[in-house]
Design a protein around this ligand. Structure first.
Ligand SMILES: Cc1ncc(COP(=O)(O)O)c(C=O)c1O
Length: 419
């Protein structure tokens, strides 16, 4: 461990907020530059042929690292620093970064699914993930069984039971809170169910959690029993709607097959995006805190508006609702992305979206600016209508991702649009 990897000051464990400013970076190795430069390079020079030989012996696991040995570089330093820092927020041993959230999700599933295996997944899941599970993986002999992530029912147990006739379970893939309904899945319950199962190789199925909606600040799935946490870094972590990237964190051994698959599929993140993400990690908590405060104000306003039929904001889960106890145990805040239904039909929802002035009509979420979209006609339009309605994605549902503008301006905008 180098000095720049020290996470303590005396006895004090430094907070992630503090570590984001420089963890893993030594300015004296980079011309004293205060911030890491963009290492816009694809390869690194060996001092000698022997140096190259020793490096590859280490890289291929042919020998152990010698005490105080500082191996040469083959991975990009920006990406290594970023992975070290993302692992801190995810409370993980290690992280991997990818070219997009979908690259992280698909590479992870390619690493663990095999022909003849089944993936059990919560629903709804992000439209791209849904497409992967239902349209792409079946072409390779991997089937999936979904269950509705809400209601504290036995849907998850039933999905697992119904896999018996279909083949061994490779993974439980969970999106919680779900996009766009904010439905919750109890991860400790998932862990209990999975502990009793055995995958084809004798190990139990992996639990993969998409933490895009609240992560990494407001939910830590690894602390609640997940094996792997995947995040679209395009959203809150990037935070400025100017990059596309994804992350996967967990124990180093569980990440190993994914790392290998990433090399072969070529789904890794590029250095410039990695550098932008390190900039973003410095302000992540500030941005998510401001957005969550604004979202609360906006949700309260919407809940009192006569043209709004319902507001699916996690902070409003009624006492006794089965999702409420899961939310209180598993999450630190309702975050800032939620959906609401207007009265009427698709035409009324479209009319509201078309009238917005400050809030932009766009998909994606987690940026500094507030965005509104229509999941049924946009991100989830690929799901058959009957299935969409079963998942709660109705024609009057509008999803809003609250940014860090003055929330009172957003309320004035929504008020005029609803009027
Ligand atoms: C919950 C969730 N997971 C994954 C993704 C995919 O991320 P990306 O757009 O970075 O591929 C998205 C994108 O909207 C998402 O909302």
């Amino acid at each position: 461990m180098t000095d720049s990897h020290n996470r303590f000051l005396g006895n004090r464990a430094l907070s992630p907020e503090t570590l984001m400013m420089g963890y893993g970076y030594d300015p004296f190795l980079s011309e004293r530059s205060l911030k890491p430069p963009v290492f816009q390079t694809s390869t690194f020079v060996f001092r000698s042929a022997q140096d190259g030989k020793e490096f590859f012996e280490l890289a291929y696991g042919l020998r152990q690292k010698r005490p105080n040995e500082e191996p040469g570089l083959i991975n990009n330093p920006d990406l290594e620093m970023l992975e070290d820092r993302l692992a801190i927020w995810d409370q993980a041993e290690a992280s991997l970064v990818f070219a997009s959230g979908m690259a992280a999700i698909s590479t992870t599933l390619w690493a663990y699914a095999r022909p003849g295996t089944v993936i059990i997944h919560s629903g709804p899941v992000y439209g791209g993930t849904d497409f992967l599970l239902k349209k792409i993986l079946p072409q390779f002999g991997v089937s999936s069984i979904g269950f509705l992530s809400e209601g504290g029912n036995r849907a998850m147990e039933e999905a697992v039971e119904s896999a018996r006739g279909k083949g061994p379970i490779a993974a439980l893939y969970i999106e919680t809170p779900a996009n766009p309904t904010n439905g919750m899945v109890d991860l400790e319950r998932v862990r209990k169910i999975v502990s009793a199962l055995h995958a084809p190789d004798g190990k139990r199925p992996v639990i993969i959690v998409d933490n895009t909606m609240l992560g990494p600040i407001y939910q830590s799935p690894l602390a609640h029993g997940a094996d792997l946490v995947v995040t679209s870094l395009t959203k809150y972590v990037g935070g400025h709607s100017d990059l596309i990237a994804g992350g996967c964190s967990g124990a180093a051994a569980v990440l190993e097959p994914i790392r290998g698959m990433r090399t072969i599929l070529g789904t890794m993140c590029d250095p410039h995006t990695g550098w932008l993400l390190m900039r973003s990690l410095e302000t992540l908590k500030l941005r998510m805190t401001a957005a969550a405060e604004g979202a609360h104000k906006v949700a309260v306003f919407l809940s009192t508006h006569p043209k709004v039929a319902s507001v699916w904001y996690l902070g409003f889960l009624p006492k006794g609702h089965p999702d409420r106890s899961v939310f209180e145990r598993q999450c630190k805040s309702p975050g800032s992305t939620f959906s609401f239904e207007v009265k009427g039909g698709e035409a009324e929802a479209f009319a509201v979206l078309d009238q917005l002035k400050v809030i932009k009509l766009a998909v994606s979420l987690g940026g500094t600016e507030t965005l509104a979209s229509h999941p049924a006609a946009m991100t989830h339009s690929d799901i058959p209508e009957e299935e969409r309605l079963r998942l709660g994605i109705t024609p009057t549902l509008i999803r809003i991702s609250v940014g860090i503008e003055d929330p009172d301006d957003l309320i004035v905008d929504l008020n005029q649009a609803l009027g």
